[in-house]
Design a binder for this molecule. Sequence first.
Ligand code: ZN
Ligand code: ZN
Length: 337
Amino acid sequence: MSEFRKDIVSGDWILVASGSAKRPHFLKEDRRKKTSIKKCPFEDPQKSGNGDALFWRPLPTASGENREKFSSWFVQVVKNKFPILNPHKVCPVTVKNGSEQSFGGVGFHEIVVTRNHARSLGFMTREELKLVLETYRERYRALSSEKCVEYVLIYHNNGLKAGATVGHPHSQIVALPIIPTDVKRSLDGSSRYYEKHKRCVHCTVIKDESRAKKRVIYKNKHFIVICPYASHVSAEIRLFPITHNPRFEDMHEAQYDSFVEAVRVVFAKLNKALHDPDYNFFIHTAPPKSKNYKHYHWHFEILPRTNIWGGVELGTGIEVVRILPENAAKILRAAKV
Ligand SMILES: [Zn+2]
Ligand SMILES: [Zn+2]
């Protein structure tokens, strides 16, 4: 039985066509792009010409003097050698020429590299994961205060199907001179809901999901993880702070350990139940330079790469999801980690 479901924030219609509702068909074989350690550019990012680290933290196991030595790095941030945006001295202005309109692709593009060649986030210890998430926050704060930066996106591509061109685990951060269209739609959607109902749409969803429980994968003191009702892909996962907060970078320190634990558990479940699928994840948070986003509620979004866009998606924009979100949640919830 197929069903159209409306994404309450964006207004998108998603087609859930779960058919025989079998267990998701995630392949067990290794689809990672094989990069040998010898040829890996991230074994020694400096030797590979990535320049000095902009930020780094030592291995949690490093002790004493070694903690001060860069050679004991566990996570480091470098400039992307092939950036999609370039640093700037002046903010871009729109140039019009007949039907053409453009402005400069200025901004920042950084890479967050973790030390181990084969161990992605889902296989890290709590201490290691904490360092990665803290690195995200530090760089987010630094980049969002740069001139002309309107939005900072932290994202991660895991596996070839998710667009990872280097097999070694790494995340990326782009600081953009605009608020991207998809983010703007989500901001506008939550603003409209707030105007109409005088409450946050995400808080409403969190409350409903907590009560119904059928799409909840995991919950702790400060965070809840769900498969959204109108999931855009099979086994889509969203992680929300339970208390309303528009900004990731403003997370209260008392909530931090809960955040690390929620991320750790959910990736471990993804590995166990769905065989470490290719996935993308990113953090959606309110744009840094305006106070007008009180209605927004930051979240962490994981999109397993289960769908390949075909004619229906490209021709209509309707995303077709083959696994009922309730079933995906049930499988992930049951995975013991
Ligand atoms: Zn490597
Ligand atoms: Zn909220």
